[in-house]
Design a protein around this ligand. Structure first.
Ligand SMILES: Nc1ncnc2c1ncn2[C@@H]1O[C@H](COP(=O)(O)OP(=O)(O)OP(=O)(O)O)[C@@H](O)[C@H]1O
Length: 354
């Protein structure tokens, strides 16, 4: 199941030139600085731009070639943009069903009920669009796109117009959509935290070109990853939230038997990954007993990278094989005489894992 794109498009001073083959299961993020051509590439895939000489092939079907051009509404895609594009004169229910009603019954693979449950918008059906918050509007826009039973969801910075609070509210729904709907997504974003939270693979773009395509895991192991530009180095651990203890700490378990305690913040849909900033991870030579930090994980040091400002980034491997990053001072690395292959303990405060 793959998406082939070959495009060479000059637009004034800007040129978009790339040839890529993408696996399309899960979430693929198109990531790069503003103006690097992410939206242009997405619009070519959607068929919103018809650039001569372009080839777009999805799951063995030519959407665009020298001979063919499949119109956007016939590409079996769902589109969600930065600004919601819902119809203001209709209520939520009629917005949701707008595209669904226009589809032949045999092509409807997604039921309204499941979309309402997935995005928790069942209580909004009677509302007009102006009566919704920004986050609710984007959930409705996602629901409408999903109800078109798409083979591919194209999301162009769906969170960019939202404030931090609304973003925090909607991210878990996007996460849930990605994991539960089984519809592959192409997500345009310049926000590293969205990539880290949602993506399975990343297409790094700059100046109209694709620099690299790699898995999120691989993208997170480079000390100089562009994904670390905002918040510094971090790691993503995959697993599942399980029980809650009497202190409202949630237990996050990875498949390989690693357990983390993290602090709950209200009730939001559960996530299958946890993001840990490298500067929230300390290292110790043994397992300290009298210490307030709750997460003590035995790890093996894989690599040590010198960072500017007398800091060291240690990549350490957990018992389950996943990689964790720890940022410490060069002084600490020297005091502990850290070196690759050493067994040490990674210490993480639960309060850092929200
Ligand atoms: N309608 C247009 N006509 C001419 N040039 C355009 C047009 N729209 C965008 N561009 C230019 O094409 C380039 C790529 O724009 P594009 O929107 O694809 O970038 P982007 O990476 O998605 O940016 P952002 O993250 O800011 O949305 C930019 O230099 C932009 O100025």
């Amino acid at each position: 199941m793959s998406l082939h794109i070959a495009v060479d498009w000059r637009r004034g001073d800007f040129a978009l030139k790339c040839q890529v083959d993408l696996e399309t299961d899960g979430v693929t993020a198109l990531f790069g600085r503003s103006g690097c051509g992410k939206t242009s590439l997405l619009r070519v895939v959607a068929g919103l731009e018809r650039v001569p000489g372009t080839r777009v092939r999805f799951r063995g079907v030519d959407w665009q070639s020298d001979r063919d051009f499949v119109r956007p509404e016939q590409r079996c895609i769902g589109l969600v943009f930065q600004e919601h594009s819902l119809l203001p004169h209709l209520d939520v229910k009629h917005n949701l069903l707008y595209g669904w009603r226009r589809m032949p019954a045999g092509q409807r693979r997604v039921a309204l009920k499941s979309v309402l449950e997935l995005l928790e918008i069942g209580n909004l059906l009677e509302r007009r669009i102006h009566q919704l918050s920004g986050g609710q509007r984007q959930r409705v826009a996602l629901g409408r796109a999903l109800l078109r039973s798409p083979d591919l969801l194209l999301l162009d910075e769906p969170l960019a117009a939202l404030d931090t609070q609304a973003k925090r509210e909607i991210l878990p729904f996007l996460d849930r959509l990605a994991r539960e709907s089984e519809v592959p997504m192409l997500l345009v974003t310049h926000a590293p935290d969205e990539v880290q939270r949602l993506a399975d693979r990343v297409v790094f773009m700059s100046d109209g070109r694709v620099d690299e395509i790699c898995s999120l895991q691989k993208a997170m192991t480079r000390a100089d990853s562009p994904l670390f530009a905002d918040d510094g180095p971090a790691s993503i651990l995959h697993g599942m939230l399980s029980s809650v203890d009497e202190y409202e700490s949630q237990v996050f378990e990875t498949g390989g038997g690693v357990q983390l305690f993290l602090q709950m913040t209200g009730s939001s849909p559960v996530s299958s990954r946890v993001r840990i900033k490298a500067r929230d991870v300390s290292l110790a030579l043994d397992d300290p007993a009298k210490i307030s930090i709750r997460n003590h994980l035995p790890v093996v040091i894989e690599r040590l990278h010198e960072l500017p400002g007398q800091r060291v980034l240690a990549s350490v491997r957990l018992n389950d094989g996943q990689v964790l990053m720890s940022e410490i001072t060069s002084w600490s690395a020297q005091q502990l005489q850290l070196s690759p292959g050493m067994q040490v303990w990674a210490l993480i405060k639960s309060a850092a894992l929200v």
